[in-house]
Design a protein around this ligand. Structure first.
Ligand code: WT7
Length: 651
């Protein structure tokens, strides 16, 4: 099989869209021309075409106080109305918004009219609980329709949601609740994952016992897992006893374009996650624009499925806001890809005739490992566009995705973006461009990027450098919640008014952009961002740990994996007879403190860590070890023999 793929790679380096696809494609080369001719006029046109404004804007961009951008700032809109009411008013109330599939196999189809009603009810309940414009609501839910309803209900009343992925621990949830000073938490008793109920409400109870702010007044609980939970009278409320009975009459207000929409926490290079702040108008314009053109959306006929959890930015932009603003029909799936059988995803594609599938390379690679005979048992002929996001997709996986899932003839789009960018930034538009396997290729119309040297000079030829975004874009983050200084330092200090993305990139001889991964202490595990420092802090917080160093080592399936090197406290060493017990304990500890996604693949117990004379840990050398390579240049180590000692302990 490998030989065949290598051959294919050499033979066809680029894939031309089929004439049939190109003929029906919604994108057009004219989009690039219009954006090049006048970028701001282009975005203003998109904003008028894609979004319903209660008060039209007259100013497109205010960049007089960089890096604080304002887009469409004298305009007013209601984001939820854009995603719901306007479609119902346009006569599309009976169109299915969500085909929801629970992991145990229960399912619900929810039309735009029904979703609108449910959001209005939820909005009434939120208001009755005293939630108003600008208040923060934490959402900690499984992938059930109520997650979408909650987000839109919060948006409808001008409050700000902070969705926390259901896999995060009570500590992580508590620190996010405190940082945002949330006054309400929306959760469920539990959700289904890998054939079991995983508890959520008990984690919320634990988190609230740990919060320092005491800002949370109520907890709204959806019944899903039917697991046993504790109840705090006066604080806790059932969704089915409040929202279900509430009135479905709710008159929406219009909010300024720059009104905050949500905060989403993501790992940075320090131990403390950053609350990335997004606002309303510009975010909705770019998410709906990219959802329409990158996926070639035909809302009357397509069935879209983005497999991301709403706890990540992909779930915000391409499960909730982009697809619903565009009136799309989509699939929402609660569970894991392999439950109850390894063909579950393909069964869902067949059942709902999914036509556009958007997922992560890590998922594609795990399906590759399982083999093509699993997807081949299902009818996947409804698919016509495939998307990839979260990490670089290797050309082999790209080609497998196109061949095995896409039947060999449909476009695959590799989309680069970040929590901070809010929406897709670099991606081909299918039907317009020839596709290069493994490359995200080019910025979308209206986005300007460059690749710079450390000194800020554009790199020439095919050299790699640092990816920057050279002009403000509508969906850009507006800041870090409560920390404007950190916002400036993290993204704008290195290159002045150019946004520093933290990724390496290069251009090939055709001008295509290839993303090369993070250039900072951020790891990418299964498309999720994790900070080395955050995991090190967690390890050091364990009473056995004296020192810890964490690296992201390349991993066949997950892209990168967390590998830790730990020195135990001398006082502990004599009590621990088997270092494997210590490794196991520390792996568990990180999973409990941060969440299962952060659990190290390996924890090596060592006596020394490689340090420079100034005491800086040389992670590069540890990465060599973790990846089983010959250890690189050790001349800057304070003690050059140390790597031999560590290597012997790791083996
Ligand atoms: C980081 C952002 C954007 C939604 C999911 C992740 C990496 C993302 C690609 C891609 C190469 C990619 C980058 C980026 N990344 N998409 N198509 N090719 N790398 O969001 O958690 O904010 O992570 O993911 O390193 O900086 P996130």
């Amino acid at each position: 099989m490998t030989v065949q793929i290598d051959h294919a790679l050499e033979e066809i380096r680029r894939f031309r869209p089929s004439p049939e696809f190109a003929a029906q494609s919604v994108a057009d080369p004219a989009l690039y021309e219009a954006a090049r001719a006048d970028r701001l006029a282009f975005w203003a046109d998109q904003a008028r075409e894609l979004v319903q404004w209660e008060k039209p804007f007259t100013r497109t961009l205010d960049w007089t106080n960089p890096p604080f951008a304002k887009w469409f700032d004298d305009g007013e809109l209601n984001v939820a109305v854009n995603c719901l009411d306007r479609h119902v008013e346009a006569g599309l109330g009976d169109r299915v918004a969500i085909h929801w599939e629970g992991e145990p196999g229960d399912s619900r189809d929810i039309t735009y009219a029904q979703l609108t009603d449910e959001v209005k009810r939820a909005a009434n309940v939120l208001e009755s609980l005293g939630i108003g414009s600008g208040d923060r609501v934490a959402i900690y839910l499984p992938m059930i329709p109520e997650a979408v309803v909650s987000m839109l209900a919060v948006a409808r009343i001008g409050a700000i949601h902070s969705v926390v992925f259901g896999g995060f621990s009570s500590d992580s949830l508590a620190s996010r609740i405190d940082d945002a000073e949330a006054s309400l938490v929306i959760t469920a008793d539990g959700g289904f994952r890998k054939g079991r109920v995983f508890p959520l409400k008990p984690v919320v109870d634990e988190a609230l016992a740990k919060t320092e702010g005491g800002t949370v007044r109520n907890v709204l609980v959806v019944r899903r897992g039917e697991n046993e939970i504790e109840w705090t009278e006066g604080r806790d409320l059932w969704w089915h006893e409040t929202v279900t009975d509430a009135s479905n009459e709710h008159v929406p207000s219009a909010f300024p374009a720059e009104h905050p929409l949500f905060i989403l926490y993501t790992s940075g290079t320090t131990g403390k996650p950053k609350g990335i702040l997004h606002t309303s108008g510009g975010y909705l314009v770019q998410t709906s624009f990219t959802h329409k053109y990158v996926f070639d959306l035909h809302p009357e006929t397509d069935v879209f499925w983005c497999t991301a959890d709403v706890g990540w930015v992909t779930g915000h932009s391409y499960v909730v806001y982009g697809p619903l603003a565009n009136g799309a029909t989509q699939v929402l799936y609660e569970g894991t890809p392999d439950t109850p059988h390894p063909g579950r995803w393909w069964e869902i594609v067949e059942k709902y005739k999914v036509s556009i599938l958007y997922t992560a390379p890590t998922a594609i690679r795990s399906f590759m490992k399982l083999g093509r005979q699993i997807p081949q048992q299902f009818n996947l002929r409804s698919l016509r566009v495939l998307g990839s996001v979260g990490e670089p997709i290797n050309p082999e996986a790209w080609i497998w995705y196109r061949e095995v899932i896409g039947g060999g003839s449909i476009p695959v789009v590799d989309t680069w973006w970040q929590t901070e960018t809010g929406a897709i930034m670099i991606s081909p538009l299918p039907g317009v461009m020839d596709l290069t396997p493994g490359s995200a290729q080019a910025p979308i119309p209206g986005v300007e990027v460059d690749i710079l040297t450390d000194e800020g000079e554009p790199v020439d030829g095919e050299n790699g450098g640092f990816l920057v975004i050279t002009e403000p874009w509508p969906a850009m983050l507006r800041g870090i919640w409560g920390d404007p200084e950190r916002f400036k330092q993290t993204y704008w200090e290195k290159y002045g008014e150019k946004y520093f993305a933290g990724d390496g990139a290069r251009r090939d001889e055709d001008g295509d952009i290839w993303l090369l991964g993070r250039v900072d202490d951020v790891m990418n595990v299964s498309g999720h961002r994790l900070s080395t420092t955050e995991i090190e802090s967690s390890l050091v917080a364990h009473p056995w740990t004296a020192e810890a160093a964490v690296v992201g080592a390349s991993d066949e399936t997950t892209g990168q994996a967390v590998v830790a090197f730990v020195i135990l406290k001398a006082s502990q060493v004599s009590h621990i007879t088997d270092p494997n017990d210590a490794s196991e304990e520390l792996r568990k500890h990180v999973a409990v403190q941060i969440g299962a996604i952060a659990r190290p693949r390996q924890v090596f117990i060592v006596n020394e860590l490689p340090k420079t004379r100034s005491g800086k840990i040389m992670r590069r050398l540890l990465r060599d070890l973790a990846e089983g390579r010959q250890v690189g240049d050790t001349t800057t180590l304070a003690d050059t023999s140390i790597m031999e000692v560590i290597s012997a302990q790791v083996r």
